[in-house]
Design a binder for this molecule. Sequence first.
Ligand SMILES: *Cc1c(COP(=O)(O)O)cnc(C)c1O
Length: 423
Amino acid sequence: MSILAIHGGTPARKQPLPPNYPGAMLFGEEERAASERIIQAQSPFRYYGANPQHTVLQLENAMRDKLGVPYALGVTSGTAALIVALRAVGVGAGDKVIVPANTFLATATAVICCNAVPVFADIDRSLNIDPLALEAAMDEEVKAIIAVPILGTPCDMDPIMAFGRKHGIAVIEDVAQSCGVVYRGRYQGTIGDAGAFSFQMNKVITAGEGGAVVMKRADYFERAVRYHDQGSLRERTRYGFDSPDELGAFAGQNYRMSELTGSVMLEQWSKLDTITQSMRKHHKQIRAALSSRHEGLEFRYSPDESGDLGSNLGLILPDAAEAERFSYALQAENINSFVLYGGQPVYKQPQIWHQRTIERDNFPFSYPFKKPVVYRDGLCPTAENLIPRTVFVPISPLLTDEDADEIAAGIGKVAEWLSVRSG
Ligand SMILES: *Cc1c(COP(=O)(O)O)cnc(C)c1O
């Protein structure tokens, strides 16, 4: 057995891995030239200007083409995308929305910002929402489900869609972390009633900030476009909506995407396949090497391995202390890894746990729900158990085959030490 770097051995890698910003690390001449064109045209606004370049429109069309959906809308962030999607499908005051216990804070806070409250469903060994846990979170006040493919692994959408249809509630896919992830031959984001994308810097492709919503239904999409643009509907003919504006106008937000974002995102969008191909290849390579040599190692489950983005390798350790040791030893091998969200389900975040909003009476938590909304220890036991003992190793699109071999060797070395140590 080779000596661990934490015990004075030679690290599996000489150099640290590239920073974990897949799209941003591939910024280059294309993004520079694209954003420069907007500056030169002096037209950073999508709808008019001295010489508009229509890059947000082009991004929307590129997304529609690739994803195979009729409607796409650029917005300012993933959070904005979620809020627009929730509003579009009709979620509002006094509603509940099922949210997975393992997700980023924004999935839950977007619901609250729509004056609805999140109710949490437990996860399974995919670290995503467990379709069998939906029933326990369901009651007549629930109006939608948000499925979140965490860190590149698809959700098991077939039973989730069946559940949504059975109860007549909307299904929204929060694909913020998993742009390009596929479930049974279909891109996630296009399976449910709405898909919300984020282009913030930690995501697969990025312009620093940004987001998008995709949809299939025209009536939902009209509400989405209006909500993101002060309730008005420009370019009516583009969408084939012929109702006079006065009839459909309502009070909305401004979540419009800038042309500076659009121009960069258009270039990033065209790099998506290159990024995912590279990540998938090295994810497979590392997994294959580890599976053949370390039978005891448990990988995060995927309901569709061929559709997995490969952006992160998830390893389920025996307990939280082992996960911490694993991560610490791996760091010394020059391989970075992390445990998600402080090892806690999203309902343990203070603003959720204490049900605190910006409203005077903490609305919507003060709404007289028929079935009260309670967050407590043990609410989602599998999430509380699995999140703190799952270690994620990011797979950069910049890895070489040799990097991937070294990552596998480093993980293998640490795994072997842990299994010997625990007898
Ligand atoms: C990042 C993220 C969001 C929010 O996206 P922003 O662009 O940062 O607003 C929402 N949901 C999930 C799962 C995310 O990871």
